[in-house]
Write a protein that binds this ligand. Structure first.
Ligand SMILES: [Zn+2]
Length: 515
């Protein structure tokens, strides 16, 4: 009862926000729905079979920058070949290969010692940010980090981790204990951030200590970037950022084990020598295509966008260490296979491009590279239909990002997507996730953004975050397959409309993203 009452409100709000005509959204004039043969090619059984294959333990979580992502990419290309698409990568292949730049704390090159004892980097002490440090001297123990009467300038400060404000603990990303520690570290470091300490050693409590390894497995990966690519933000650069230097404005902070408390309280001598290393690692985009039937329109492309990577093999929890990424993002990857089968069964007027972008989880790497180096002219891509996580949560709700200002960059495309929803999924559109005020900043966290920045009409389909997001719990058994089928048909029909409309979707003039 309460749920349906809420849904009614959401429908009303959606109608207001998306425009009064949204509930009467029309497909492009003169475009008929696909025929029965095409509809029949979108099958729940295919989605299920493909999803169990792509998110199988043998795929090892398809982590970007590892051989597991490359192996999964070969598998993705084989699916497209079987379906009957043509290779649209580089040099006549299914692939676009390029390098990603990884910067991390060097385990072999770094050293930490306290009271004459060498600490294991990542075992006893975890560097929290990717910055170099050279600091020695007597530790300054600060029982209360908010105590501003103590001069911390130039010192190695040790302080107990603080309880975060409850509202600062994110509710929808990563396991609870990790979210808690992230918020606690932020709260603690913020109190000392601008006071000139040389380094901050944040001492864990027993409960924070329980998440130490989970934090470490994230932090030791470092940071990732890609050169000559679409920037990550409106004022960003297309080049890889320089290697961070000491004193560059970031105070190096560290999480140290709870067992260090007594030692650090005694204010012993300490030495920290943290060095960085940077190297390139291969990434691949998988690109497949289907040529349209209309000689006047077939050099224009509708682009379906997913990512094949997930988060790899990490810590053992509840008997599983593979972050299989069933919802994120095998769900959309297999939806693209199903849509491809339907387009093969009934070809559209425009051509259709299907892309699985590598290393999305490392910072939208694949889409930032492909959008800057597309294998068809970027001006000939008329629409991007990106999806990320489309198989979970309430069966009747979904989100369409890029549907309201300031994210909405094509009124036509939004109208067609809403018309397609009315004829397929009939989802209640949860408009909150598309707002610039949403705490998760969800709009900016998937591959459509790279294209929207370049003025290409772009949407993101999603059924939003859930408790299994980026955990070993994101498994194929937990996908709602009937819902995934409806999401797939929604994405397929939107693309059908875009691929058959007499004119390509218009772009909102002076479109500019808020970040
Ligand atoms: Zn994703």
């Amino acid at each position: 009862m309460r749920t349906s009452h809420l849904l009614t409100i959401v429908v009303a709000v959606a109608a207001l926000v998306l425009g009064t005509h949204s509930l009467l959204a029309q497909p492009p004039a003169g475009v008929a729905a696909p025929g029965p043969r095409a509809w029949a090619a979108v099958r729940e059984a295919d989605l299920r079979r493909d999803l169990f294959a792509m998110a199988a333990p043998a795929m090892r979580g398809r982590e970007g920058g590892t051989i597991d992502e490359l192996a999964a990419s070969i598998w993705v290309a084989q699916q497209y070949e079987t379906i009957g698409l043509v290779p649209m990568g580089e040099n006549g292949t299914w692939f676009q290969w390029f390098n990603m730049t990884r910067t991390r704390v060097s385990t072999a090159g770094s050293m930490a010692s306290v009271a004459g004892r060498t600490l294991g980097v990542w075992r006893d002490i975890t560097p929290y940010n990717v910055v170099p440090v050279e600091a020695t001297g007597r530790v300054l123990w600060l029982p209360t980090p908010s105590d501003t009467t103590v001069d911390v300038r130039g010192r190695i400060v040790a302080t107990p981790v603080q309880s975060p404000p409850p509202a600062s603990v994110r509710t929808t990303s990563y396991p609870t204990r990790v979210r808690y520690v992230e918020a606690a570290m932020n709260a603690t470091v913020r109190m000392l951030g601008r006071r000139g300490a040389a380094a901050i050693l944040v001492v864990a409590t027993d409960s924070v200590d329980a998440a130490f390894d989970a934090i470490t497995v994230q932090r030791e990966r470092g940071s990732y970037d890609v050169d000559r690519a679409t920037p990550r933000s409106s004022n960003g650069s297309d080049r890889v950022a320089p290697v961070p230097v000491a004193g560059g404005g970031v105070v190096p902070s560290f999480l140290v084990r709870a067992s260090m408390l007594a030692t650090l309280r005694a204010q012993p001598e300490a030495a920290l020598s943290i060095r960085l290393e940077r190297f390139d690692t291969p990434v691949v985009n998988v690109v497949a295509g289907l040529r349209g039937t209309d000689p006047a329109l077939r050099d224009e492309w509708v682009l379906y966008s997913s990512h094949q990577d997930a988060n790899g093999v990490r810590l053992l929890a509840n008997g599983d260490s593979v972050l299989a990424g069933a919802d994120d993002n095998a769900s959309v990857s297999v939806a693209q296979f199903a849509a491809a089968r339907a387009f093969v069964a009934q070809r559209p007027r425009r051509s259709v491009l299907f892309i699985q972008q590598g290393s999305e989880e490392k910072g939208l790497i694949g889409s930032r590279y492909f959008s800057a180096h597309p294998t068809v002219p970027i001006t000939q891509i008329v629409a991007v239909l990106n999806g990320d996580m489309i198989g979970r949560n309430h069966p009747d709700t979904a989100a369409l990002l890029g549907a309201q200002p300031p994210h909405r960059n094509s009124d036509d495309l939004v109208q067609w997507a809403l018309a397609a929803n009315a004829r397929t999924g009939k989802f209640v559109i949860d408009t909150t996730w598309d707002r610039p005020t949403h705490p998760e900043g969800w709009y900016f966290r998937s591959d459509h953004v790279s294209y929207a920045r370049l003025g290409v009409p772009a949407l993101m389909y999603t059924t939003n975050l859930h408790d299994d997001y980026h955990t070993a719990g994101d498994t194929p058994e937990r996908i709602d397959y009937p819902k995934l089928l409806r999401m797939t048909r929604w994405m397929y029909l939107t693309g059908w409309y875009a691929a058959n409309a007499a004119t390509r979707p218009a772009v909102v003039p002076n479109f500019r993203l808020e970040r």
